[in-house]
Ligand binder design. Structure first.
Ligand code: HEM
Length: 454
């Protein structure tokens, strides 16, 4: 492994917090400071809005027919706008997302409480609940626990996440794909299962597409792609069925692992800090009470819960170096020339742990997101979703999900460590996202919520 690292990493330039290295043949600049990140993402966001082409992501996205791994182009911009508008349909201002999440929360709470006073690992149940939300948003299917189709979605997603996470030399040296490669074979198998399922859903949606409001993301994309490229002022091919399919696939790829892992990090920190959990519950008791479920209209009255969510994403950003960017033109960072084609990694971990930006950055202190008057305050060096032209397209969706999941969970139950168990290991392991090591919890229903749901 060390030999491999030596082969691939050759740090050749260090400019203070900025350094350049060769990852195999690819010259890559790593940005470690807030100032430089702002240049890359915002001030010169267009210059650095490209994405590198990699063997695994090309396979995953039918050659960049998605949003996240597609290079910057007029068609990508149109596609991104269409997806953004479609998400907005289900996002803030509508009660639809809230209903979808509530239904997943009810099943999740019942499932968690069915363990009684036994310790258990919450990760599978949390991932299942978040997957269920995405399935409803993308193609209107809502599954019960144990449903075979939901299991199929979870299983191919896990397969993709595992193989991509294992990474590999093919993404650094693409010519290596000619050699037998079991990870690549597994990835192709999972993609084939994914595509069969999503194609079936797409065909069903095409057959039933009706006038009026779209009922899910597939409907919205099918309606939005009508009109062809010319109507959008584009030459050549416009948004195709492949784009629609890859967008649906990406809602799972980008939306499940990130959201469920963020929830698991926050739960892990709450187990370390029972006083924080109690303070959130006190805020919920005072502002919502126990007679009804917390909902989106309560958000303005729950600033401390928001701080806990932010602090979780600060201290353990699930995407610690974002997604690699590339320079689309000759440009500069911090006054240093950066050539077109250079890969750029924005080290959000380092920005979120920089003692110049954060007091005692290694401590979990949600109050740091409150100002002197007790109002929410978000420093500009807090960027868990990135920023600029490539900012996460699911940010508002993710924030809504995090709020609704956590407010409901903490209103209905308390999380404790099993008797004698050590608190969760907070070091994390890096796969597709930065995940906590597995840990166990015991859940204790709060008064009035003994069944998990009402
Ligand atoms: C807590 C949850 C989430 C976190 C922390 C997160 C974070 C991120 C980050 C850091 C990026 C890369 C930004 C960059 O490269 O500069 C990104 C991109 C993206 N995210 Fe998220 N994300 C979350 C949830 C979601 C959800 C729910 C969806 C959709 C259902 C989504 C869809 C996307 C897409 C499509 C991109 C690519 C944007 C582009 O390249 O233009 N994400 N996200």
């Amino acid at each position: 492994k060390i030999k491999f690292v030596c082969l691939c990493l050759l740090i050749i330039n260090v400019y203070g917090s900025l350094f350049g290295l060769f990852l195999g043949p690819h010259y890559t600049v790593v940005v470690n400071s807030h100032q430089h990140a702002k240049e890359v993402l915002l001030q010169r966001g267009r210059d650095f809005a490209g994405r590198p082409s990699m063997v695994t992501t090309e396979l995953l996205t039918r050659g960049g027919k998605d949003i996240a791994f597609s290079d910057y182009s007029p068609l990508w911009k149109l596609h991104r706008r269409l997806v953004h508008n479609s998400f907005t349909l289900f996002g803030e201002g509508t009660s639809r997302l809230q209903d979808v999440v509530f239904s997943a929360v009810d099943s999740l709470c019942s499932e968690l409480m069915s363990n009684g006073s036994r310790g258990f690992d919450p990760s599978a149940a949390v991932t299942r609940a978040v997957t269920n939300v995405v399935c409803t948003l993308v193609f209107s299917s809502t599954y019960r626990h144990g449903d075979a189709e939901l299991q199929e979605v979870i299983s191919y997603n896990n397969g993709i996440v595992e193989t991509i996470a294992r990474g590999g030399l093919v993404d650094i040296y693409p010519w290596m794909k000619v050699f037998p490669n079991s990870s690549l074979r597994k990835l192709k198998e999972c993609i084939a299962v994914r595509d069969r399922l999503l194609t079936r859903k797409l065909e069903e949606h095409k057959a039933s597409l009706a006038e009026g409001d779209p009922s899910d993301l597939l409907d919205a994309l099918l309606k939005g792609k009508k009109g062809g490229p010319k109507s959008h002022g584009l030459e050549g091919e416009g948004i195709t069925d492949d784009h629609v399919l890859m967008t649906a696939a990406e809602a799972f790829g980008a939306g499940v692992e990130t959201t469920s892992t963020t929830l698991l990090w926050i739960l892990a920190y709450l187990l370390h800090h029972p006083e924080v959990q109690q303070r959130v519950q006190k805020e919920l008791d005072e502002n919502v009470g126990a007679d009804r479920a917390a909902n989106l209209s309560d958000r303005g009255h729950l600033p401390y819960l928001d701080c806990v969510i932010n602090e979780g994403m600060r201290i353990r950003p699930v995407s610690p170096v974002l997604i690699p960017h590339t320079a689309m033109t000759d440009s500069s960072i911090g006054g240093h020339a950066v050539r077109r084609g250079t890969r750029v990694l924005v080290n959000m971990w380092s920005i979120h742990h920089d003692p110049q930006n954060w007091e005692k950055p290694d401590l979990f202190q949600p109050e740091r997101f409150l100002d002197d008057q007790g109002n929410r305050a978000t420093p500009s060096c807090f960027m868990p979703f990135g920023a600029g032209p490539r900012v996460c397209v699911g940010e508002s969706l993710a924030r809504l999900e995090l709020f609704l999941f956590l407010s409901s969970l903490l209103q209905r139950m308390s999380f404790r460590l099993p008797e004698g168990a050590p608190p969760p290991n907070l070091q994390g392991r890096l796969g597709v996202v930065l995940q906590p090591m597995p840990y166990e919890v015991v859940v204790i229903p709060r008064p009035g919520w003994e069944g998990g749901a009402r």
